[in-house]
Design a protein around this ligand. Structure first.
Ligand code: FAD
Length: 321
């Protein structure tokens, strides 16, 4: 018996959300008194594989096949289902990200498993197997009891804070029977649309709100982000009015981020915005209104005009390098 976790990688590096999924899976395994096994598909650094042990995986199954570097739904489904059978996994955990969304429902169908996506809590096993999930784009939560023997859970990214140990995982090769004909689609190229750093993985996020007045002023946000090696984000009205693309919108109805540093420029700090960012380790708020609610959630606040403060901050960071 075990819990199997699909540990998503990109360019050989395990994604942060995959570490979150592994930690979640290890805690579920502990609840059930079974062991946690992570599954990595595609080429990956060996140190990265071992590091999965830091988050509770006792064992890592690795399929070091370059054809699996990008997700192919049909093939991934088969391999994950085969690994679940080999490991006698009662529960299979996915990140609720792009790759997880492509594969988790198919694995659930194949395993005839009850499926919960967007999980925001560990299962409550006191009366069934009840998992809390985010519904209606984060406007509400539902408690779902998974009654089937097999269970598939996809966890919401950036919801579970990571806690690392020194434990290392035992890495074992897994050799599923796949051939070229199994690959029905192939990724031929990838175009990055939101800068180099994916928002949900970023350690530093620079975010802009309506206080920036218009898209023509976004250079302010981008220049600061570039100096800090940060990803860029925005408040919802900024995305709604088309100043920035929707995939940059953070908050209750957008992405949840949990970076080490979140810098909010010209954002008022409405509760719906805070819902997506208040897990950040350090929050810096730049706002010209000293009464802006965001200052209450800030670790550091600068009361001032963004058009004066931000260029000075960017220049100071550049000079300090
Ligand atoms: P504003 O509220 O207009 O604030 C602009 C801020 O900029 C003000 O504080 C102002 O003092 C400051 N400012 C102005 N000029 C300057 C300057 N020159 N220099 C410095 N500061 C300046 N919002 C989200 O962000 N994410 C969500 O996911 C989200 N989901 C929602 C879901 C629901 C159901 C609802 C009802 C609302 C949701 N909202 C969400 C909207 C939210 O309630 C706020 O309206 C929104 O966050 C406000 O965006 P803002 O702070 O950019 O704009």
């Amino acid at each position: 018996m075990s819990v199997l976790i699909f540990a998503d990688q990109a360019h050989g590096k395990i994604k942060k959300v995959a570490f979150e999924a592994v930690q979640y899976g290890a805690r579920v395994a502990q609840q059930l008194g079974v062991s946690a096994t992570a599954l990595v598909l595609g080429e990956a650094d060996s140190a990265e594989l071992e590091a999965l042990g830091n988050y509770g995986a006792a064992k890592v199954l690795h399929v070091p096949d370059a054809r699996l570097n990008e997700v192919e739904g049909t093939v991934f489904t088969r391999i994950i289902a085969d690994a679940a059978a080999q490991e006698a996994a009662q529960v299979v955990i996915f990140p609720h990200n792009f790759d997880g969304k492509a594969v988790a429902p198919r694995v659930a169908a194949r395993l005839k498993a009850g499926f919960v996506s967007g999980a925001v809590s560990l299962p409550d096993t006191s009366n069934g197997f009840v998992v809390k999930k985010s519904v209606f784009s984060g406007k509400a939560f539902a408690n779902v009891n998974i009654t089937s023997a097999s269970k598939v859970i996809a966890i919401m990214p950036n919801t579970f804070a990571l806690e690392q140990t020194d434990a290392k995982a035992a890495v074992t090769a897994f050799s599923p029977a796949i051939n070229d004909a199994d690959f029905k689609v192939k990724v031929t190229s990838v175009e990055t649309v939101s800068g180099e750093i994916p928002l949900t993985e970023a350690e530093i996020v620079v975010s802009g709100g309506r206080g920036l007045k218009g898209p023509e002023n976004w250079g302010l946000v981008e220049d600061l982000a570039k100096e800090l090696g940060a990803a860029t984000a925005c408040s919802r009205p900024v995305a709604d009015t088309g100043w920035r693309p929707h995939h940059e919108h953070v908050g209750q109805t957008g992405l949840t981020v949990r970076p080490n540093l979140y810098i909010a420029i010209g954002i008022s700090g409405a509760i719906q915005h805070l819902a997506g960012v208040n897990g950040s380790k350090v929050i810096v708020v730049i706002n010209k209104d000293p009464e802006a609610p965001f200052f209450k959630a800030a670790d550091y606040g600068i009361v001032g005009d963004a058009f004066e403060v931000v260029p000075k901050l960017t220049a100071a960071i550049k000079a300090a390098k």
